[in-house]
Write a protein that binds this ligand. Structure first.
Ligand code: TXA
Ligand code: MG
Length: 334
């Protein structure tokens, strides 16, 4: 049997499981998603329970075709249409007014719903074969690092998940850019690898609130415990890196280091990773690298701050959250 035939069989099995209200993890281009039938209250209940996520946190509904937008949105604004056409399938989630039938479990009781068409062949096959919308948060336990391989998913979940479709490592590596298009005042709620510049180019005008293009997401991704490894993590400016590493080593700490600079990684007493200098490669490896450092039994993960600028905004956001969590745990303020 060819690989394509095998994939087709797996997709068919996955669809059967989803129709029975079970959970199926699947690859997307960003991170792996934990899928449940977005029209089934029982399946959504199972999803929240497996993830350990509070039930008032909305989930993104994944679709396979732009024509399905109208099935889930009460109305589709001009900017929503433009962005969907420009970037779907792709790493972009649109927040739109919800259609009346959309369950409160999907929207967290809000008047809006998040929609996305992922750009991954296996995900699109699954969605097309399933036919409806799949609610899919990242396939990690609440507050843990997002998964970018099937093995990462298996490490977090056991028999709560009927199947994990393996589509290899994710290409983008961090979660989709979330854009609120419910009003003319288009806003980025979560930065990702589709950048503010790309969005402005398609809309033909600057996003509102210049200098404040990124608004804190209303829930979940906005909580400090999100995206964080278990090991304390500090983000350090390049010019202070050597000094901080020296001081922590002198204090007897075992250090894991993620830095652009070989001389810094060379001094790490735990694991060390030389970070890629290009933003999309950095993003692709980010969660895998944080996992490796987290598993090195170090006392502290030291991460060199990434350069300023739009291309790095998604990566900078995830790193800031990981570090903010540690500050919060130690009773300091970010
Ligand atoms: O790339 C991604 O977006 C991945 C893959 C699996 O598609 N999914 C993902 O889902 O990151 P999750 O549940 O881990 O994060 C979804 C984010 C949360 O921060 C949630 O608050 C926000 O989307 N969200 C969902 N619906 C929303 C809504 N109606 N209004 C505001 N934020 C919403
Ligand atoms: Mg998540």
């Amino acid at each position: 049997m060819s690989n394509t035939d095998l994939d087709l069989l797996r997709v068919q099995k996955a669809v059967e499981a989803l129709r029975q209200g079970q959970l199926v993890a699947f690859p997307t281009e960003t991170v792996y998603g934990l899928g449940a039938d977005a029209a089934s209250s029982a399946a959504l209940e199972r999803l929240y329970k497996a993830k350990g996520r509070p039930t008032n946190h909305p989930v993104i509904v994944h679709l396979h075709h732009v024509d399905q937008l109208g099935d889930w949105a009460a109305s589709v604004s001009g900017p929503a249409k433009l962005l969907a056409e420009a970037f779907w399938p792709g790493p972009l989630t649109l927040i739109v007014p919800r259609a009346a039938h959309v369950l409160d479990q999907v929207t967290g009781g809000q008047s809006t719903v998040g929609l996305r068409i992922p750009n991954h062949r296996l995900a699109l096959d699954l969605l097309q074969c399933f036919g409806g919308g799949l609610a899919a948060p990242s396939a990690n336990k609440f507050g843990r690092l997002s998964p970018t391989t099937a093995q990462d998913v298996v490490a977090d979940f056991a028999d709560e998940v009927a199947m994990v479709l393996d589509g290899g490592p994710c290409d983008v590596g961090i979660e989709s850019t979330i854009v609120d298009v419910t009003s003319a005042d288009v806003r980025i709620l979560r930065p990702g690898m589709i950048l503010a510049d790309h969005i402005e180019e398609v809309l033909g005008k600057p996003l509102s609130l210049p200098g404040n293009k990124y608004q804190a997401p209303r829930v979940s991704g906005g909580l400090p415990s999100h995206y964080a490894p278990q090991t304390p993590l500090v983000l350090v400016a390049s010019e202070k890196l050597e000094q901080i590493i020296k001081a922590e080593l002198a204090a007897g700490k075992k250090l894991a280091v993620l830095s652009f600079c070989i001389s810094s990684t060379g001094t790490a007493s735990g694991a060390a990773i030389v970070a890629p200098g290009e933003a999309s490669e950095y993003a692709r490896q980010l969660y895998r690298n944080l996992r490796k450092l987290d598993q090195s039994n170090s006392d502290l993960i030291v991460v060199e701050q990434v350069p300023p600028g739009g291309a790095w905004s998604g990566v900078a956001d995830r790193l800031q959250r990981a570090a903010a969590d540690q500050l919060q745990m130690r009773g300091e303020t970010a």
